[in-house]
Design a protein. Structure first.
Length: 160
């Protein structure tokens, strides 16, 4: 099969087939046609491309799939190896979920904490607060506020 046929039947682009071939995930033979060489794929290539796309959906990277594809092509990928791979990926997903949960709790806590009221600094010298307020209205730039940041540098970098 030519690259276009594999791509069409697997519902991917030709570039995807070329990438999988270049990464060693998809074997092919070179076939001369006139003065050019064409990549010739076995009919099982369509199934393999579809399998790679399915494996990517839960988060397997192409680098992780390299050895798996090689074992699959060689016919040496048994059920226990498949289960080990899936269990390892599931552990990674669970770890990531825990990390995202902690981050979500942290951000919710920051958003729910009103913090101290905005501090506009001391009153202007030589006047009472009424005069300072009238002078503030005539300024072109808004008064600077000194609010507590939502996230402190210490929280961003607890080790440093």
């Amino acid at each position: 099969m030519l690259i276009g046929q594999v791509a069409r039947q697997a519902a991917v682009s030709r570039d995807t087939v070329r990438l999988y071939t270049r990464l060693g995930l998809l074997p092919c033979q070179s076939r001369p046609a006139g003065s050019r060489l064409y990549a010739d794929y076995d009919h099982s290539a369509v199934t393999l491309v579809k399998g790679i796309k399915i494996a990517q959906s839960p988060g397997f990277t192409l680098a992780e799939l390299g050895p798996v594809a090689a074992a699959y092509i060689a016919g040496s990928l048994d059920d226990s190896q498949q289960r080990q791979l899936l269990a390892a990926k599931l552990d990674q997903i669970d770890d990531k979920r825990r990390q995202l949960g902690q981050l979500s709790q942290f951000l919710h806590a920051k958003l729910d904490d009103p913090g101290p009221a905005a501090y506009h600094g001391p009153p202007a010298p030589g006047g009472c607060s009424h005069h300072a307020a009238s002078r503030a209205r005539t300024r072109r730039s808004p008064p600077r506020t000194h609010e507590k940041p939502l996230i402190t540098r210490r929280e961003l970098n607890p080790g440093g």
